[in-house]
Design a protein around this ligand. Structure first.
Ligand SMILES: Nc1ncnc2c1ncn2[C@@H]1O[C@H](COP(=O)(O)OP(=O)(O)OP(=O)(O)O)[C@@H](O)[C@H]1O
Length: 260
């Protein structure tokens, strides 16, 4: 078995007096796509933030590629790990291409200027995601979904081995949601690892290898997606009765009972 790229052990995080994460453990290996599911306020974003050193553990360890996260210089970390946050600060008025090019900063030389190779990589990823048309547009003049795709492009040009994505499908229409996750799956098949916070159980079921269910800051269950995503655990997680069905194409789906 390959060694983990991300290893979280006995992680506790507090925000002031509030206990946000309690005794969380997680191991992510190359070629695995993990989905984190849980109710609002469960601690999903905090877990991602702790994995990249933006939320300080009150106890426990986070290791990236076998090394203690706190001991890895930021520039070095950025060559291994990329983050797709929930929001982008659009107040600074970058163009789409400039935002995407920021993903190349861990590789820039002495003067910090992107080379023609960096520009080519940025344009290539934008083309793959169908957002070339945003290259010279101000990020302030883009839609919520377009910003999401720009943030994904920025993370992809970073050429990370591990990607952490916080609700990347929020604001995206159905086609873009499916395309984004398919794109991510393809990268993961190529050996990258990804941890994705999602709210949609069916999208998680469609794309995840492994799933972690987080409730009130603690792990309710984790393991292979097909074993963990089942009615009893989903009910315990969301306090909503779910019915399991199978589509004509043989795909398992869950429907909240109150919506039937
Ligand atoms: N900076 C902070 N100061 C105080 N409390 C915080 C802070 N950041 C998060 N929290 C609290 O920690 C808890 C977990 O927040 P977090 O954002 O990790 O949840 P989440 O599972 O990502 O939620 P959502 O699905 O709503 O995005 C929440 O109760 C939140 O109010």
């Amino acid at each position: 078995m390959t060694s983990p790229l991300l290893q979280v052990e006995h992680l506790h995080v507090h925000q002031g007096q509030q206990r946000v994460l309690h005794e969380v453990g997680l191991e992510v290996r190359p070629g695995e796509l993990w989905c984190i599911l849980g109710p609002n306020g469960a601690g999903k974003s905090t877990l991602l933030r702790a994995c990249m050193g933006m939320a300080r553990p009150s106890a426990g360890t986070v290791r990236i590629d076998g090394r203690d996260l706190a001991a890895i210089p930021r520039a070095e970390l950025a060559r291994v790990l990329a983050w797709v946050p929930q929001y982008v600060d659009t107040s600074m008025g970058f163009t789409g291409l400039e935002l995407v090019l920021m993903g190349r900063s861990p590789y820039l030389g002495l003067w910090g200027l992107p080379s023609s190779g960096d520009l080519q990589k940025a344009r290539e990823v934008m083309r793959e995601l169908g957002i070339e048309y945003l290259a010279s547009r101000s990020v302030m003049a883009t839609s919520g979904g377009e910003r999401r795709l720009l943030l994904l492009a920025r993370a992809l040009v970073q050429a990370p081995r591990l990607m952490l994505l916080d609700e990347p499908t929020a604001f995206l229409d159905l086609k873009h949601q499916v395309e984004l996750l398919a794109h991510l799956r393809e990268r993961v098949r190529g050996g990258m690892a990804a941890v994705v916070v999602l709210h949609d159980v069916n999208l998680a079921l469609a794309c995840a290898d492994r799933v972690l269910l987080l409730k009130q800051g603690a792990v309710l269950a984790q393991g292979a997606a097909g074993e963990i995503l089942r009615e009893d655990l989903l009910r315990a997680l969301f306090d909503v009765d779910m019915d399991r069905g199978v589509t004509n194409a043989g795909q398992v789906v869950f429907v909240p009972r109150t919506l039937r």
